[in-house]
Write a protein of this length. Structure first.
Length: 136
């Protein structure tokens, strides 16, 4: 990550913290981004969760993160349900267990990222999320 990206993230961090002093979740596009944010302590007053999925491949269902969804996704990725949950679901525990005032979605413009973004947005809609959502 170069200095211009860190400065942009710092400016965004300040803007978000002006509105929300706590209750912020950053959903990051994968484990590598999660590690980068953790290592550089970016958006440090908030929680992080990596979205470790590839929603542009394999079948899915309407009830996102339900048991049926997880089984279908694990089968499509040819991994055990246990492995799928460890890699994809467990890292998202903050999203499932906490109430956030603000969620920041860190996904790029490519098809892979956009499908993941749409999945997270659909989940938030199904859950009736009423906080602020920012897309970066």
């Amino acid at each position: 990550m170069d200095i211009s990206q860190k400065l942009m993230i710092g400016a965004l961090q300040n803007k978000i913290y002006e509105q929300f002093d706590q209750g912020i979740l950053n959903i990051l596009n994968g484990q590598m981004m999660y590690e980068e944010f953790s290592e550089n302590q970016l958006m440090k007053k908030s929680d992080y969760a990596p979205f470790n999925e590839a929603m542009c491949s394999n079948n899915t269902c309407v009830t996102i993160f339900s048991d049926h969804f997880k089984k279908k996704r694990a089968s499509g990725h040819r991994v055990s349900l246990r492995d799928y949950e460890a890699v994809t679901v467990t890292p998202l525990k903050p999203l499932f267990e906490n109430k956030y005032k603000c969620i920041v979605l860190w996904f790029g413009d490519d098809m892979f990222c956009q499908m993941n973004l749409l999945t997270v947005l659909a989940f938030l809609e199904l859950e009736g999320y009423r906080g602020k959502v920012f897309f970066i």
